[in-house]
Design a binder for this molecule. Structure first.
Ligand code: ADE
Length: 229
């Protein structure tokens, strides 16, 4: 999968060089390119924002640098990419979104800052690719960068070969609509706390039933919204 990221803080994405995603990049499973939006400005101050038409607080990102940055990325692309703008005003990002996007061959992420990006940029981007505005959750970040980091990690780890043991993807929270069951490792007693005896029983059926029950209990307690009425 090819991933292009446009941001005024490109060094934030240095973190994609480490851990599983870093390995996936080295092995060629992930081809990540980070672009500095300011490279597409023409003035001495490398200005990317301006005051909003109609007045109001804050600054809006100017369309011209975005147009150039997107043109440069799409010019060399073999097919129409999915172009994602993280935004608290977007559709909600879920495990299902991550699964869907993990099958794309080319994702472009545009990180907005300030009060947002001039709305015409989204309209123009729709000529170049399939545009999605996606929110991480119902809270506001200072910009899209941290949201893109989260999305790239959630999507990237679903690409076959990125996570060494694919079985570990199956029993995770949200894969079957429930929260994950609790996990324990050695020692069997730690600071007077015991591992649930069923896990030491060797009875695989009993272990599976206990884990399923724990998933239901946890989901009911912490995320009742995930359960059918
Ligand atoms: N940018 C600012 N807040 C955001 C959020 N909640 N999700 C995605 N992008 C954002």
């Amino acid at each position: 999968m090819r991933i292009d990221i446009v941001s005024i803080f490109p060094t934030i994405f240095d973190a994609l060089e480490v851990s599983l995603l870093g390995k996936a990049r080295q092995s060629g499973l992930l081809d990540v390119h980070v672009h500095d939006l300011r490279e597409h400005t023409r003035d001495r101050h490398r200005t990317v924002d301006d005051t909003p038409y109609g007045g109001g607080a804050g600054m809006v990102m100017k369309p011209e640098p975005w147009g150039e940055a997107l043109d440069g990325i799409v010019r060399d692309a073999p097919e129409r990419p999915v172009i994602i703008f993280p935004s608290p005003a977007g559709e909600r990002f879920t495990q299902a979104t991550a699964r869907e996007l993990s099958t794309a061959s080319h994702l472009v992420f545009g990180c907005g800052r300030y009060e947002g990006i001039d709305e015409r940029v989204f309209d123009y981007a729709a000529e170049l690719g399939d545009v999605r505005l996606i929110s991480l959750g119902d809270y506001v970040l200072n910009g899209g960068e941290v949201a893109v980091m989260a999305m790239v990690e959630a999507i990237g780890r679903l690409i076959p070969g990125v996570v060494g043991n694919p079985e570990s993807l199956v029993e995770e929270s949200h894969e079957d609509g429930l929260l994950e069951y609790p996990s324990f490792t050695k020692p069997a007693v730690w600071r007077e706390r015991e591992v649930p005896p069923v896990l030491l029983s060797g009875n695989h059926g009993a272990v599976a039933a206990w884990r399923r029950e724990q998933q239901l209990v946890r989901t009911r307690e912490r995320r009742p919204d995930l359960l059918p009425d």
